[in-house]
Design a binder for this molecule. Structure first.
Ligand code: B3K
Ligand code: ZN
Length: 859
């Protein structure tokens, strides 16, 4: 497969002002007639050939200006049509088989309904088209099909006409007045019912809202609807963005490759991000639904009204939209807790990506398969980069920048450079060097040292951006760091400051300190960097207790634990020091449990130990078994020495009222945190308590939390409750996904054998991405399973990739990155991992998706 380069971008030689599509729908056979008006693009190099992308299509007929034409040829999958004049009408007939489409790209069947997924390059599996984001066209769509099979017919824009045909068929016509790229096209046909509501925009436009689901799911759509209305309201107030059509539809589909898709006015969602009630969805699921509904809605402006010029600019819409959804969720719930969660995702997914073989800048320079670049780097680091601009500008000036961006580029296919320039102009920032964040991959390491002489504290900062594939040498980047200097006695500081490190090395001096202050740095995680500093445990304990920035407080707890475990794992600390380290952590934990000022949601965050992947990231070469053992050892010690505090905390929380208030959610969160530590320290007690929590549960949060703990234990309640859970929820696919995931992520020593057995369960299928992910993704995080010394875990994932690749390459390729960590793992496991990657690479036929990920991982 060829390498596509950013620098090779050239505008398309033709424009496509209008596109008319006519579908005769059938699950096994759908015919598509496309009629495109084309005209020469005056801003492009002229070409007499119209290249239309296809993927697995054969033209059943080509007409030019109404006459059957033979001036066309195939070039691989593409259709080339020679056109003599400046403007023509081109019609093409194709035929597709939605039921046979297991890739879930293009038009496919899911439980008897038909739906589409076109981003990034799925439209070319429906009809021949210039399937690139900079070709914008106005679409009119006609659908015809059996009324019994497809009572509901939806597409983008407004329904302009509908009627009955012969033999029980019916039809509908939809017109979308907003020109859009093909990746935003959508169609849905099926037996669906809607939860309907409306929203009146700031200028008084009434928008009809509908969430379409299968009839049995209707009762679980209220939270999604509330989330949608809140999103619409928030985008008006926070970014001045008003919705621009009279209808907004969301459809939930159970077979879906990712979370959701922002098709113009017809969002298509994975059921996972729509359906919720207290009995079947956790508090985390509720939050995720609100966040994803917001995200897709916000794309209407950041993505649809202003789209991307080419796929290298993906972060233009994704990074910005992630930032927007993060700010939205923070505004709807707890700002600090949301920030901590977002940083946790960044560190556990994006940092490893940035330090591994798949590292790439947020605006990549090349790809073979664009699906592989829908990454945590493009999305989450992309959001962090824009957040830094916001931090440097301040909220108000940042808003002037985004206003200018929306105004200047509305209706265009823009670039990341356009965005940065608009922020620069609108917010009045100089972002000349800051642009390097778009060019350079790798997580910058910032070392910080605070010196105190006389009455002056001097902060020495030094940055290094590590080498990444294709980028051996890096230049320094502007790094905005929020800092505060605390007085040890009063526990207070004289105001937070923003220092921006622009050079490789820089010092900043602060006068007026008689005594050496305590440094709080990268508050609120103002920059996506790794801070490295020598800091005394007592300073971390001080910050954990006193810092008024909640993120910094969390960070101090994390640093305390990371420092302790890193010392033990590197052998630089002996067993005697282990005890004193544990004692310091134990004290900090006890203080967090006792702190009456803290809300429980935040308390739950502070009681979360750094994850194994984040710990592995701290080491040049990691031994997953050793990390697991030390981390579990600490957990057990905490569970034992804080047993009575944890039991009391659990009791207090169990008495809290139910519902969806922050208080109730916090209580549920810390109940399960308590069980997690108790399970490590006193398994018998935890088993009894977890079984009781399970039996008393009225929410999925409590039930799943209890079952998670039991699944990692080895007592009889494990089997009982797993069986109860399965029987209670069989038939509810999303909950059965949880049942698979809980077992696949457990600490149980036999997790490898258990996952093998679950793959043979009658409910398991490789055809449904949610099911595949729920069994195998959590498994890749298990030290004793995925990283089993035998290599059996690596082999299982490699076998999965090989079996899944011909069915669903996009999902298969997602499983490569866990194996791609091989260079950072101890030698014996490393060799086994590499061996599995080589075995995949040697397969006779691989998809572009998997081929690219495997070769990059070995390269
Ligand atoms: N834009 C889509 C992602 C499409 C992924 C294609 N492989 C969802 C989102 O980010 O909102
Ligand atoms: Zn998105």
């Amino acid at each position: 497969p060829p390498l596509i380069r950013r620098e090779d971008y050239a505008p398309y030689p033709w424009r496509v002002p209008t596109t008319e599509l006519r579908f005769v729908l059938g699950v096994d056979k759908t015919t598509v007639q496309a009629k495109l008006k084309v005209e020469r693009n005056p801003h492009a190099n002229p070409a007499n050939v119209l290249r239309l992308n296809g993927d697995g299509l054969k033209p059943a007929g080509v007409w030019i200006d109404g006459s059957l034409a033979n001036s066309w040829e195939m070039d691989g999958d593409d259709l080339l049509i020679t056109l003599p004049g400046d403007a023509h009408e081109v019609s093409i007939d194709t035929q597709i088989d939605p039921a046979g489409n297991s890739q879930l790209m293009g038009l496919y069947a899911s439980n008897g309904m038909l739906c589409t997924q076109c981003e990034a390059e799925g439209f070319r599996r429906i009809t021949f088209f210039p399937d690139r984001p900079d070709v914008l066209s106005t679409y009119t769509v006609r659908m015809e099909g059996s009324k019994a099979d497809f009572p509901v017919l939806l597409s983008n824009g407004n329904c302009t006409a509908s009627g009955e045909g012969e033999d029980g068929s019916h039809w509908a016509e939809w017109h979308d007045p907003w020109p859009k790229p093909s990746y935003l096209f959508a169609l849905v046909a099926g037996q669906l019912v809607a939860n309907t509501d409306s929203f009146t925009t700031m200028n008084g436009r009434k928008v009809d809202l509908a969430i379409w689901v299968r009839p049995e799911d209707l009762s679980r759509t209220d939270h999604a609807m509330e989330s949608l209305k809140r999103s619409m309201q928030w985008d008006e107030q926070a970014f001045g963005r008003e919705y621009d059509l009279d209808v907004f539809n969301i459809v939930a589909v159970s077979d879906f490759n990712m979370g959701a898709m922002e098709n113009k006015s017809l969002n298509i969602f994975n059921t996972k991000y729509v359906l919720a009630d207290q009995e079947t969805a956790t508090d985390g699921d509720y939050d995720a639904i609100e966040g994803v509904i917001g995200h897709e809605y916000f794309h209407n402006w950041s993505g649809n009204r202003i789209t991307c010029r080419d796929w290298f600019q993906l972060s233009l819409k994704e990074g910005f939209t992630v930032l927007r959804d993060q700010l939205f969720s923070a505004a709807m719930g707890s700002e600090p807790v949301k920030r901590i969660e977002d940083v946790r995702v960044l560190r556990s997914v994006q940092f490893p990506e940035d330090s591994g073989p798949l590292a790439h800048p947020i605006r990549p320079d090349s790809y073979r398969e664009i699906s592989n670049f829908y990454t945590a780097t493009v999305y989450n680091k992309g959001a962090e980069v824009i957040r830094m601009m916001r931090t440097m500008a301040g909220e108000e000036r940042f808003r002037r920048g985004t206003d200018l961006y929306f105004d200047r580029h509305d209706g265009e296919a823009a670039t990341c450079e356009d965005f940065v320039t608009a922020i620069e102009d609108g917010a009045g920032l100089d972002l000349a060097d800051f642009r390097r964040w778009y060019q350079q991959a790798g997580t910058p390491k910032v070392s910080a040292k605070l010196e105190h002489v006389g009455d002056t504290a001097t902060l020495h900062l030094e940055q290094a951006v590590p080498a990444t594939p294709g980028q051996p040498d890096k230049r320094p980047m502007p790094i905005p760091l929020k800092i505060a200097l605390f007085d040890r006695k009063s526990g207070k500081h004289h105001g937070e400051q923003l220092v921006t490190l622009t050079e490789a090395q820089q010092t900043f001096s602060f006068a007026g300190f008689d005594e050496s202050p305590v440094l709080s740095i990268n508050r609120d995680f103002s920059a996506p960097v790794a801070i490295e500093r020598e800091v005394a445990d007592e300073d971390l304990v001080f910050l954990a207790a006193n810092d008024d920035d909640p993120f910094a407080r969390y960070e101090a707890m994390q640093d305390l634990v990371v420092g302790h475990l890193r010392g033990l794992l590197s052998g630089s600390v002996d067993a005697a020091k282990r005890d004193s380290g544990r004692a310091a952590i134990g004290e900090a934990f006890r203080a967090v449990i006792a702190d009456g000022e803290l809300d429980d949601l935040m308390r739950g965050e502070l009681l979360t130990l750094p994850g194994e992947t984040y710990l592995a990231e701290q080491m040049l070469v990691a031994d997953p078994a050793a990390i697991r053992a030390e981390r579990e050892g600490l957990k057990a010690w905490l569970g034992q020495s804080l047993e009575s505090d944890l039991v009391a905390m659990h009791e207090r929380a169990a008495a809290a009222p139910g519902g969806m208030s922050a208080e109730a959610k916090g209580a549920r969160k810390i109940k399960t945190s308590a069980l997690v530590f108790l399970a490590a320290g006193n398994p018998d007690l935890a088993e009894t308590m977890a079984a009781a929590q399970y039996d008393a549960a009225t929410t999925m949060t409590d039930r799943q939390g209890a079952l998670m703990v039991l699944t990692s234990l080895q007592g009889p309640q494990r089997t009982h409750k797993l069986l109860d859970f399965y029987n209670r929820f069989k038939g509810n696919a999303l909950v059965i996904d949880k049942w698979f995931a809980l077992q696949a992520s457990s600490l149980h020593p036999s997790v490898l054998e258990q996952v093998k057995a679950l793959a043979g369960h009658p409910d398991f299928t490789l055809k449904n991405p949610n099911r595949v992910r729920s069994l195998y993704m959590p498994f890749t995080g298990t030290a004793q399973g995925f990283h089993a010394a035998s290599g059996g875990g690596y082999k299982m994932i490699a076998d999965l990739i090989l079996e899944l690749d011909p069915i669903n390459p996009q999902t298969a390729a997602r499983f490569v990155s866990p194996l791609g960590r091989w260079r950072r793992i101890e030698p014996e496991r490393s060799a086994l991992m590499k061996g599995e990657l080589e075995r995949i690479a040697a397969a006779p036929k691989l998809s572009r998706d998997t081929y690219e990920q495997v070769t990059r991982s070995l390269g």
